[in-house]
Write a protein that binds this ligand. Structure first.
Ligand code: MLT
Length: 206
């Protein structure tokens, strides 16, 4: 398998190819099947592209290596973010969807790789829903994100992502010019109904 190839599922838009494409990015231990029901629930009209992370941590797929909980191997984050962005480019041609209408929806590790793509390859995404995301890397320069809208849905009692870290990510994205909505659920790292409802509403107005 070439570096720009990922095990993945692609589900065409139910009503044809004019709809947007939702790039689904699972959390640690997930795979390409995990996020499909959530993606379809969030946006019933979108095409869905769902790759499986290529890093294995004790047999659990992830999108990049970490040294410990919340401590990331930044070199690997950068390499993997570029590989995933390249894959999205390849998939755009293969499945003939609009490259300007790709919205990432990621949870935890999947949200973190989506944030890394926003910081390193911002042209690949028009928007992102980031559930329980944290700062994935410190980019030397902030990209131009004026074309991007981001919903950050975080947990007030998340033991993995401190509130301050989610706020720092929001500030970084805003500094690049992104239109960022940062919201907190009275919840931990797991998703709750409020996250889903907020994401649906946000996607409806995108
Ligand atoms: C995870 O378990 O996926 C972490 O909380 C986030 C990450 O390592 O990227």
């Amino acid at each position: 398998m070439s570096e720009a190839e990922f095990i993945h599922r692609f589900i065409p838009a139910p009503r044809g190819s004019t709809a947007r494409t939702v790039l689904l990015l699972h959390g640690t231990g997930g795979d390409e099947n995990d996020m499909i029901p959530l993606g379809r629930d969030l946006d019933p009209t979108a095409a869905l592209l769902s790759p499986r992370g290529q890093v294995l941590e004790n047999g659990m797929p992830r999108f990049f290596r970490r040294l410990a909980e919340g401590i990331f191997d930044e070199e690997d984050v950068i390499r993997r973010a570029h590989e995933l962005a390249d894959f999205v480019g390849v998939a755009t041609a293969r499945y003939a969807f609009d490259p300007k209408r790709v919205i990432a929806v990621g949870y935890s590790n999947g949200a973190n790789i989506a944030a890394a793509i926003l910081l390193l390859r911002p042209e690949m995404l028009a928007g992102a829903v980031l559930f329980r995301a944290m700062v994935p890397l410190a980019p030397p320069v902030l990209p131009n994100l004026t074309h991007v809208r981001v919903l950050l849905s975080s947990g007030k009692q998340d033991p993995i992502v401190p509130v301050e870290n989610a706020e720092r990510l929001a500030a970084m994205l805003r500094e690049g010019g992104a239109n960022v909505t940062l919201r907190f659920e009275p919840a931990g790292h797991a998703l709750v109904l409020g996250d889903i409802e907020a994401a649906k509403e946000w996607l409806r107005t995108l």
